[in-house]
Design a binder for this molecule. Structure first.
Ligand code: N01
Length: 509
């Protein structure tokens, strides 16, 4: 019979380093390693399913891939870059930056590449981690840095597999397929599609864009930085910091304010988008088809200056009839027309409820994370979960995402985790987890507040919505979230000095 057993003393009571597992070597994983080390936590192992760091910037390689958050802000605070080529960087340069940062800060060396984590089981106060090849290890702390949008969503359209041409999702771009002169179709008109259409329409034979819902689009004031400006920034690094904070504040005070209820900002955004449409789409019929009937920023606002000129070209066709089925020859719409294609691109987005799933995560008393979330992921302050002690999420559910620099958000979340670890160390705690009540109250407040945001009042649906139709986003000013990350309330947590478990663990593998 298994008798409750007392564990060997936890790291915080013996003065040893906590063994920390970080899952994912994208920008969150990189930020976590650098900041944890600087805070004195050095026993770190990163698990990465792929063969390179970079996360979303490694995985997405579609033509036109770029970041619509300004480069000066979309940067690690500990590794500002004076020589960004553009105000809004293209994917390959960001991926290079991720790899350079990981190398320069000694992250790459501690990543176990090609090692997916399949299972995490809490055996208090430790976590048992299992990798894809069945290896098991024990850690004191687990940090999920898997990102949000990493599981491509494939549309449920009749006949999709029967298409005779080349077909792929934007996150799995097949670079062996030449597009020059081809009849290309793209399903979806989100941020990704806008960038792809903007980049390839002048190269392909025909570009057929299948739009289910029109999108609001703000112009992207792209700019190439001059060599002399890069030299100035290199000579005066404080200007790099100034640039970082300038864009940070600009986005918080304009775009972010508009989404959470600032009416004048909302009107300004709508005006900007409408003007962009009128200025760049001369054909009134095309303009009508591209005009949304919901509020700007209800879906994630698209910043793109290339899409409207591209869709206005003679070889571009905006198809607004709904898709009936895919045939071997192309896409058949509700009016019976078959749009014949050589290549079909699925720009249909991602599963927004994935986060760390499909890794199986089992917390206290056998609590299964997939069941706990049940299609509506929630977390305490987007970083912690009741019943899952010593487990943290970076970019977890209900955090401020959207048109913000996720690097800044993630860095603040790492600071929060560090404050928790410091608290454990100072008080000799074996385990910490948010109280059920604190979690429930926090999320009840969010549920009320989110009703006032443009994501709900704006009259649209989007990937922000969970299974229950509630936006899975932070409904207050992001500045409030960042402040809270820097000032954790320990009263919201169960602070456990002693943890009893049914069976003692074997010593760490
Ligand atoms: O995906 P989406 P995305 N039949 O979910 C349509 C980030 N990102 O890859 O609107 C027909 O926005 C769907 O139609 P509808 C950013 O956070 C960042 O473009 O649901 N159409 C929609 O048009 C972004 O928000 C950058 O009616 C179907 C499209 O597919 C997130 O990634 C750049 C369909 C999906 O749009 C996702 O963007 C790019 C179907 N069955 C992306 N199913 C930056 O620059 C779906 N659609 C930082």
């Amino acid at each position: 019979m298994n008798m409750p057993a007392r564990f060997p003393k936890p790291w915080s009571q013996t003065g040893t380093q906590p063994k920390i597992a970080i899952i994912g070597a994208g920008m969150s994983g990189i930020a976590a390693v650098v900041k944890l080390r600087r805070a004195g936590y050095t026993d770190l192992t990163v698990f990465e399913k792929a063969d390179k760091v970079g996360g979303t910037w490694r995985e997405n390689t579609y033509p036109g891939l770029s970041c619509d958050v300004p480069s000066r802000w979309y940067s690690f605070s500990f590794n500002l870059k004076h020589d960004w080529k553009h105000r809004y960087s293209y994917g390959p340069e960001i991926q290079e930056y991720m790899e350079e940062t990981a190398d320069a800060f000694g992250v790459t060396d501690i990543v176990r590449f090609n090692t997916p984590v399949t299972d995490l089981t809490y055996v208090g106060p430790h976590w048992q981690l299992t990798t894809g090849d069945g290896e098991q290890m024990i850690f004191d702390v687990v940090i999920s840095a898997t990102g949000v949008l990493h599981r491509p969503a494939y549309p449920d359209i009749e006949g999709l597999d029967a298409f005779a041409g080349d077909m792929f999702h934007t996150a799995r771009w097949d670079h062996s397929v030449a597009l020059e002169g081809k009849r290309v179709g793209i399903i979806g008109t989100g941020s990704t599609s806008a960038q792809v259409v903007g980049a390839i329409t002048d190269k392909v034979g025909e570009m057929h864009v299948f739009q289910r819902t029109p999108q609001w689009m703000a112009p992207l004031p792209q700019k190439r930085y001059s060599e002399s400006w890069k030299r100035v920034l290199k000579t005066f690094p404080f200007l790099q910091k100034l640039g970082f904070h300038w864009y940070f504040q600009l986005m918080l005070r304009t775009f972010a304010a508009a989404t959470v209820g600032n009416k004048p900002m909302q009107r300004l955004l709508s005006w900007l988008c409408l003007r962009n449409l009128e200025k760049n789409v001369p054909d009134p019929e095309l303009r009508r088809k591209l005009t949304p009937d919901y509020q700007a920023a209800c879906k994630r606002l698209i910043f793109c200056s290339d899409f409207y000129p591209a869709i206005s070209r003679d070889n571009a066709f905006l198809v607004t009839e709904s898709i009936e089925r895919v045939t071997p020859a192309g896409v058949q719409t509700a009016d019976g027309k078959v749009h014949e294609l050589d290549v079909l691109v699925l720009a249909t987005g991602f599963d927004p409820g994935a986060f760390i799933l499909p890794t199986r995560v089992i917390g206290e008393d056998g609590r299964d994370l997939a069941e706990f979330w049940d299609g509506a992921p929630r977390a305490h302050r987007a970083v912690a979960l009741p019943g899952f002690p010593n487990f943290w999420l970076l970019e977890g559910p209900t955090g401020p995402v959207g048109n913000l620099s996720l690097i800044t958000i993630t860095e603040h979340q790492v600071d929060y985790v560090i404050a928790m670890l410091d608290k454990m160390k100072a008080d000799g705690l074996a385990a910490v987890a948010p109280r059920e009540q604190a979690f429930a109250e926090y999320n009840a407040g969010m549920r009320e507040a989110v009703k006032k945001t443009v994501w709900v009042t704006g009259g649209c649906t989007s990937w922000y919505m969970d299974k229950t139709g509630t936006p899975n986003l932070y409904p207050y000013e992001p500045a409030r979230y960042l402040h809270d990350m820097l000032h954790p309330s320990f009263a919201e947590y169960r602070l456990m000095t002693d943890v009893q478990v049914p069976t003692p663990l074997e010593s760490a593998a």
